[in-house]
Design a protein around this ligand. Structure first.
Ligand code: PGA
Length: 246
């Protein structure tokens, strides 16, 4: 499989935003949009909206995902949600290791690896996120940091069918700052090399300040297989414009 056969994925991470009325309205706009894009669309609303958004999306090609999962299938973990529960709620995907969770909850690569393994056991596609901080990039360590993080974050069960990688420079998330395209290309190539035999078929997304006006350029390189979109995924028009640029 080559870049030509890796179907692009445009994933929206709503983060901790949305109530039933506006979240369902946003999902309805996406579900009703004409299917003339070259990408699969995925939205990851907050957990409280998974059930109502799943109802809205039923019968549409837009996929549903969780933003995080616990490594165990069930048990005494107050406030947590298992991958199994996400699948039960209609999800096909789950984000694991987003930098906001790595930073705010000290999620290590080992924890991310266990979560991705749990996602696989539950039949979900894990979107495994890695990215360097501004200090790491300034020190010339971006590629070394993200390749080491990816190696340590992928469980043995990783396959192109059940895993998507998201390269998200931490300093580009929510800031409007972007790496230059050559840097994105270099990091994606380094990550693909880490994937070994699975590299040719596995999708690697770019994430961090993807907007309608920069999407075409960010999605143009053959090694960029889609985008993980935060802020711009909260607007149907912006999200669809990004999908349209794919
Ligand atoms: P952003 O977020 O598009 O708002 O920068 C991206 C992300 O956190 O996945």
């Amino acid at each position: 499989m080559s870049a030509a056969t890796r179907r692009l994925l445009i994933a929206g991470n709503w983060k901790m935003n949305g109530h039933a009325a506006d979240g369902c309205a946003l999902a309805r706009s996406l579900a009703a949009a004409p299917e003339d894009w070259a990408a699969t669309l995925l939205i990851c609303p907050p957990a409280t909206l998974l059930a109502p958004v799943a109802s809205v999306l039923a019968g549409s090609p837009v996929a549903l995902g969780g933003q995080d999962c616990h490594a165990e299938a069930a048990g005494a973990h107050t406030g947590d949600i298992s991958a199994d529960m996400l699948a039960d709620a209609g999800c096909t995907h789950v984000i694991t290791g987003h930098s906001e969770r790595r930073a705010a909850y000290s999620e290590s690569d080992a924890v991310v690896r266990a979560k991705a393994a749990a996602a696989h056991r539950a039949g979900l596609i894990a979107i495994v996120c890695v990215g360097e901080t501004a200090a790491e990039r300034d020190a010339g360590k971006a590629e070394a940091v993200v390749t080491a993080s990816l190696r340590a974050s992928l469980p043995d069960s990783t396959r192109p069918e059940n895993t998507v990688i998201a390269y998200e420079p931490v300093w580009a998330i929510g800031t409007g700052r972007l790496p230059i395209i050559d840097e994105v290309i270099a990091v994606h190539a380094a990550l693909r090399a880490v994937l070994g035999e699975h590299g040719a078929a596995m999708r690697i997304l770019y994430g961090g300040s993807v907007k309608p006006d920069n999407a075409a350029a960010l999605l143009a390189p053959p090694d960029v297989d889609g985008a993980l979109v935060g802020g711009a995924s909260l607007s149907a028009a912006d999200f669809l414009a990004i999908a349209g640029a794919a």
